[in-house]
Design a protein around this ligand. Structure first.
Ligand SMILES: NC(=O)c1ccc[n+]([C@@H]2O[C@H](COP(=O)([O-])OP(=O)(O)OC[C@H]3O[C@@H](n4cnc5c(N)ncnc54)[C@H](O)[C@@H]3O)[C@@H](O)[C@H]2O)c1
Length: 390
């Protein structure tokens, strides 16, 4: 598209998240973009949209020819189905996280992108936490060599507390057939994306997932995972939606010191001599390298969703680089799948994950499910935009 044009957006799924995106676009907060159509299967969700075209199904919107770009904010399985069709139609596509439920579906989606009819089509994912200055800074410190070689990463990310009412607020939530997983597929795609964005992909994954430990659900709401990297780095990833108060503590042990990100502060304790060199060269038996400490803070957590929306539109109109190319979304899905597979099989998973084997295991979970979803009940209205910045 030309830079003086306006990107006409359609949103599929105007539930919790789709409505927040719609609000942004309707308020003119994304220069160069306008909301022209929405689609939702639930007529009640469409009621407040009097000023745009409305469709009772996503596919009808995709075929309408009224839009240049589509934002897919439906439950997870439809990300693949709708995404593939949107890409084949020649639309620019922004898909909510996770890009798909499992790796085989990610490959389908990415295959449709690779075969797109228009080479200029933009395909991005809503990994809003990539706009957080804290994570951007940590990534820069790793990539710039400030930390030296990484030895261990521990991330406890348990501040995703969710209540029974949350899980009962949608029929698709927390079921194998509707959502395809629990905390790893809904809350943690952000953290798993940041994990691979900062540290790359592990070569081995061992995990222990507890299904319905804290809630009346059939999927995982508590996870402890161990990763091994080709260079010997190890990682531990712990998450839960059942612990309150929760924690967000990322600790990186590296040759040049220790970085801790917690409570909105990055603390870097720098070794004056790298730890392995100190160990090799000192004549002392119990000494540690001398250290200096610095703290880094930012006033906020960056533009988040609106940052991704603006970047997407700038890429469509001005060919700017994407912050979150959707093709990179396969990594967080593969990590989530590998953790679940490891837990189900009770063994270490060698990466890359066997996509077909995992898809089969998931299908089996759906087929053999005896879970009876509690009665759907509406959650009290909240301003969700306040809860995304962590
Ligand atoms: N990026 C973030 O911070 C963030 C936060 C919350 C949710 N999400 C993601 O947003 C997506 C939606 O989550 P939510 O909490 O808004 O769910 P939700 O249940 O509140 O909304 C989903 C909507 O999609 C509609 N829908 C389902 N299938 C459809 C179809 N084929 N065509 C048209 N409409 C359809 C449903 O009727 C519903 O209104 C999920 O992928 C979720 O993981 C992202």
């Amino acid at each position: 598209m030309e830079s003086n044009q306006t990107v006409r957006f359609g949103i599929i799924g105007v539930g919790n998240m789709g409505c927040i995106h719609a609000k942004c676009l309707r308020a003119g907060e994304v220069p160069g973009a306008t909301l022209v159509a929405v689609a939702d299967r639930d007529p009640a969700r469409l009621e407040s949209f009097s000023d745009v075209k409305k469709y009772d199904d996503g596919k009808k919107l995709l075929r309408s020819k009224h839009i240049d770009a589509v934002l897919i904010a439906t439950p997870h399985y439809d990300h693949t189905r709708l995404g593939v069709e949107a890409l084949r139609t020649g639309l620019h596509v922004l898909v909510e996280k996770p890009i798909s439920v499992h790796k085989a579906d990610c490959l389908k989606l990415i295959g449709a992108y690779n075969a797109r009819p228009n080479p200029a089509q933009v395909f991005a994912a809503m990994f809003n936490q990539r706009t957080d200055p804290f994570y951007i800074k940590i990534r820069e410190m790793i990539r710039g060599g400030e930390l030296g070689e990484l030895r261990r990463v521990n991330w406890i990310i348990s501040n995703w507390f969710r209540t029974e009412t949350y899980y009962a607020s949608g029929g698709w939530r927390a079921t194998w057939g509707g959502e395809g997983g629990g905390v790893l597929l809904n809350q943690c795609p952000h953290n798993l994306d940041l994990f691979q964005w900062m540290f790359g992909m592990p070569s081995k994954v061992r995990a222990f997932c507890s299904m319905g430990r804290y809630h009346n659900i059939e999927v995982e709401d508590d996870v402890t995972a161990y990763f091994e990297y080709p260079n010997g780095m190890t990682g531990v990833f712990i998450t839960s939606t059942g612990e309150a108060p929760g924690t967000n503590r990322l600790e990186i042990t590296a040759e040049n010191g220790k970085l801790v990100y917690e409570n909105d502060t990055i603390t870097f304790t720098r070794n004056e001599t790298p730890m392995s060199e100190f160990s090799r060269t000192t004549t002392q038996a119990f000494a540690c390298p001398a250290t200096t400490q610095s703290e880094i803070r930012f006033p906020d957590h960056g533009p988040q969703h609106i940052g991704i929306l603006k970047n997407f539109v700038e890429t469509v109109l001005e060919n700017k680089p994407l912050i979150a190319p959707a093709t990179e979304g396969i990594h967080s899905v593969e990590l989530a799948n590998a953790m679940l597979f490891s837990s189900l099989k009770n063994k270490t998973i060698d990466m890359p994950l066997d996509a077909t084997a995992y898809a089969r295991a998931l299908k089996n979970l759906i087929k053999t499910s005896k879970f009876v979803k509690p009665e759907i009940r509406a959650a009290a209205p909240v301003d969700l935009s306040q809860s995304f910045s962590k």
